[in-house]
Write a protein of this length. Structure first.
Length: 368
């Protein structure tokens, strides 16, 4: 990476993918209702997860997003646990409530992952013009090996979708996915190292382009060995569009405490993980935690060293914006942070209380 050019960092939010049919947080329930009608009976895991998540949302009509739903479910369990005192006498009830909480959050993640994967075929049909244009802005053009080595950019995203990766693969036909690992250090440098069919989490290579998915991704899975505590990951790339039946088959059969979990991290989980890491200097026990800790640490480093920061399509929703500002934007030393969002007034309002950013923000209403 050429240091003489400076370092540009792009931070992507849901607005970047809305044109391709992906929902912003507040439209998630409507998209799930449409999605469940498309799911054939040959996809029992997907159908059950989506159905159960929708039923839970109907019981809690104030919940506008799955982020809110997951936080509510987790808080309900933790409040009950705290109310029991230091010693919980009813171990069976504790286990039942913990298992139910874990299942409800896992169902929400499987529903999210499956729906986002199912949207990829239609998204590909659009040609992804804006993502392709963005890829050109970040990398220039082929050959891929030189482009990822020489770019002065990093890309951080809050999105679960894989549109950036799809556009990357289509923009670099010279990239040979059969010989390299898309999320490895020689390509997207996304904090994974391939190892015997799975992946281990590593810190991204410094001073080189990185693409970090701050809340994980659709199609990614993580597993914790309960004897050794070792965490393994399975981050699949979008090498081809998948049918719903193929999405069903891609879901690991062993899930839960002794199996695979979706490598999707809801905001309240990531906040818990980061607080635990700062206090204990190690990751919390969840399967997804090492990845979350690795990418947020590296994201803070690249933002701190950036000469330009642009936040694109991120609404600064109050459920997560405080942590985003404190852990990322507050690390910036550059004089200007560009906020690109077509709904400037809403974003400006959501940022009004962050006095530490005043005088440094520039707003751009241009859509992604």
């Amino acid at each position: 990476m050429s240091q003489s050019k400076g370092i540009r960092v792009f931070i992507l939010g849901a607005g970047c993918s809305a044109e391709c049919g992906y929902p912003p947080g507040t439209g998630f329930a409507t998209h799930l209702e449409d999605f469940v009608r498309e799911i054939p009976n040959q996809c029992p895991t997907v159908k059950q997860s989506v159905t159960d998540t929708l039923n839970l949302l109907k019981e809690l009509p104030r919940m506008e997003t799955l982020d809110q739903l997951a936080r509510h479910v987790d808080k309900k369990f933790r409040d009950w646990e705290s109310a029991q005192g230091i010693v919980i006498a009813d171990g069976k009830e504790l286990s039942r409530r913990q298992a139910l909480t874990d299942k409800q959050i896992r169902d929400a993640k499987i529903a999210t992952s499956a729906m986002f994967l199912a949207k990829e075929p239609k998204a590909r049909e659009t040609g992804l013009p804006r993502y392709r244009q963005f890829i050109t802005e970040v990398f220039g053009g082929p050959p891929c090996e030189i482009a990822v080595r020489e770019t002065d950019c990093h890309v951080l995203t809050f999105n679960y979708d894989r549109l950036f990766e799809i556009a990357f693969l289509e923009s670099f036909p010279d990239y040979d996915a059969s010989r390299g690992f898309l999320y490895g250090k020689d390509a997207l440098n996304s904090a994974f190292n391939p190892d015997f069919g799975c992946c281990s989490v590593v810190q991204p290579v410094p001073d080189r382009f990185c693409f970090l998915k701050l809340h994980g991704s659709a199609g990614w899975w993580a597993k914790r060995d309960n004897e050794t505590g070792e965490r393994r990951c399975w981050p699949s790339g979008p090498l081809k569009a998948l049918s719903l039946v193929e999405i069903e088959k891609s879901i690991p059969k062993q899930r839960g405490v002794f199996g695979w979990e979706p490598l999707i991290t809801f905001p309240h989980e990531r906040q818990l993980s980061r607080e635990f890491f700062k206090s204990n200097e190690k990751s919390i026990g969840y399967a997804w935690a090492p990845y979350t800790d690795a990418v947020w640490k590296h994201a803070a480093d690249v933002v701190a060293n950036a000469t330009e920061v642009k936040v694109v399509g991120y609404s600064f929703n109050p459920i997560d914006s405080r942590y985003m500002v404190n852990e990322l934007l507050n690390k910036t030393t550059c004089q200007k942070v560009v906020i690109q969002n077509k709904d400037v007034e809403t974003v400006r309002k959501n940022l009004a209380s962050y006095t530490q950013l005043r005088g440094r923000l520039e707003f751009d209403p241009t859509p992604f």
